[in-house]
Design a protein around this ligand. Structure first.
Ligand code: PMV
Length: 322
């Protein structure tokens, strides 16, 4: 029997990824740039145990369908040359599957814990590639601070990994998460982004423009230009949702409170409190804030009708064993 425990932090993309260039290896059609969130994380313990009849997994104490996790652990078993069954125990300190990137922190923590329990000594890059197999955004949660995920061009996925850009202390940005719904989302991202080339007329434009958006964001981050980073983030989020809305059938991830919170962010800006929103495949809004500005933004967002809760977080560290 061997066991390992890991913690990985959630992340949100400032330049978004949506769409796959290859599904089996989970290769993204576009690169992405994200921030890792300190206060939202997953703790996962993996136990390889000869006495188990089959794999099993629990999230937050409740038994879940193990198929997706078994498939993931099979990658590690193949690499380690073992076929021992596993028990996976995972806890998110935030709502699961509601657009707060639980699959990002979840598969990053699972990658690290599984590799370690199986006796594999993987580099951070190899861990990022492994985490990507579980979920595209999980590749980024291996690293803290600001992170870039490369789309890669090879068919084996060896160049589709994330890399750290800046650590959390180099630019201590803050993020306010405005929770507008605590239930699981209806259409998960894998289903939402499948066959996009035939389902959205906007997809080609999305892919063609991605490299320019990434280059603009790299330059804005290098210059620590908060205004440019924020404006690009809001643009990328709105463009992502335009793509989602244009998909047949159209994907509407927002609720009324999401839209109210978007307007509130723009009103704060007009009033001199500089903050920008981003939104993933769910109804929660995340407001990107300059260092020290998060508390004021959180207080404003808490007043928006339909916002159930707010969480203020700084940028988080690398995924790590515990
Ligand atoms: O990690 P996935 O494959 O579930 O996709 C995540 C997609 C978005 O969160 C909407 C955008 C992103 O880049 O994280």
């Amino acid at each position: 029997m061997s066991q390992a425990s890991a913690r990985a932090h959630s992340n949100i993309a400032l330049i978004k990824y949506w769409g796959k260039r290859q599904t089996h290896l989970n290769l993204p059609a576009v690169g992405s740039i994200s921030v890792t969130l300190d206060d939202l994380y997953t703790d996962t313990t993996v136990r390889f145990d000869d006495t188990l009849d089959g794999d099993c997994a629990r999230i937050g104490g409740a038994e879940v369908d193990v198929a997706r996790f078994s498939e993931f652990v099979d990658i590690v078993r193949a690499e380690a040359g073992i076929d021992t069954r596993v028990a996976i125990e995972s806890h998110n300190n935030f709502p699961t599957g509601a657009g707060l990137a639980s699959s990002a922190s979840g598969f990053a923590a699972l990658a690290l814990a599984t590799a370690d329990a199986a006796g594999l000594d993987l580099t951070p890059r190899a861990l990022s590639i492994l985490a990507r197999r579980g979920s595209g955004s999980a590749a980024r949660s291996i690293f803290g601070g600001l992170v870039e995920m490369h789309r890669g061009i090879t068919t084996d996925g060896s160049d589709a990994f994330a890399e750290p850009m800046l650590d959390a202390s180099s630019w201590p940005l803050e993020v306010v998460v405005a929770i507008t719904d605590n239930t699981s989302k209806k259409i998960n991202s894998t289903a939402g982004m499948s066959h996009l080339d035939t389902r959205s007329d906007y997809y080609e434009a999305w892919v063609n423009r991605a490299e320019d958006d990434l280059a603009d964001m790299r330059a804005a981050i290098a210059a620590r230009d908060f205004t440019a980073v924020g404006a690009l983030s809001e643009m990328s989020a709105l463009k992502l949702h335009a793509l989602m809305l244009s998909t047949r059938p159209g994907l509407i991830y927002w609720n009324a409170a999401t839209v109210s919170a978007m307007h509130a962010v723009r009103e704060m800006r007009a009033g001199g409190l500089e903050t920008y929103f981003t939104i993933d495949a769910g109804p929660q809004l995340k407001a990107l804030c300059a260092p020290g500005q998060g508390a004021a933004v959180a207080a404003e967002l808490a007043r928006v009708p339909g916002v159930l809760d707010t969480r203020l977080t700084g940028l988080g560290p690398n995924a790590h064993l515990r």
